[in-house]
Design a protein around this ligand. Structure first.
Ligand SMILES: Cc1cc2nc3c(=O)[nH]c(=O)nc-3n(C[C@H](O)[C@H](O)[C@H](O)COP(=O)(O)OP(=O)(O)OC[C@H]3O[C@@H](n4cnc5c(N)ncnc54)[C@H](O)[C@@H]3O)c2cc1C
Length: 131
């Protein structure tokens, strides 16, 4: 198999997909290879931070992330009905952007859908092995 691209990205996680969106915005031809054929079937991250939303805004993915998730200003950890830990997120009073609660699988779907819409290509089930 042979492909002519400007950038080859290894890994269709949030970093690779965000990098791919940035390179597509610069007019580059981008190919992402991902070793998992269908992606992971569980989420690690549950929170998209406000700074991440700002960084992704130019690529048109912040709005769908906000629509799909729930804006939060803190969390409580409950064990057997008792609150054992609580935290509040500091929200910048200048822009009032709250972190968004959204499982990583959903965030990655939004990123990969936009990457493909913008002309990128993803080959899944391919393990990159440097020589
Ligand atoms: C329990 C937990 C909770 C978390 N909660 C949060 C949170 O709330 N908010 C937050 O912002 N972050 C959170 N994180 C961190 C977040 O999950 C990571 O920062 C994020 O997944 C990193 O993305 P990445 O693209 O750099 O790496 P990854 O998500 O690991 O993606 C790398 C990809 O590269 C692929 N790959 C690797 N090697 C190859 C190869 N040789 N060939 C082809 N493909 C390859 C892998 O299959 C993988 O899909 C959490 C992490 C954990 C573990």
């Amino acid at each position: 198999m042979s492909k002519q691209v400007d950038a080859l990205i290894v890994g269709a996680g949030p970093t690779g997909l965000a990098l791919g969106l940035g390179l597509l915005a610069q007019g580059k031809r981008v190919l992402i290879v991902e070793k998992h054929p269908d992606g992971l079937d569980f989420s690690r991250a549950i929170l998209v931070n406000a700074d991440t939303l700002h960084a992704l805004a130019p690529f048109g993915v912040s709005a769908p992330i906000r629509e799909a998730g729930i804006a939060v200003d803190g969390f409580s950890l409950h064990v057997n009905g008792r609150v054992v830990s609580q935290a509040r997120y500091v929200v910048d009073p200048q822009d009032l952007t709250h972190p968004v609660c959204l499982p990583q699988l959903h965030t990655e779907k939004i990123l990969s859908d936009r990457f493909l819409q913008n002309g990128g290509e993803i080959i899944r089930g391919y393990v990159f092995k440097p020589d």
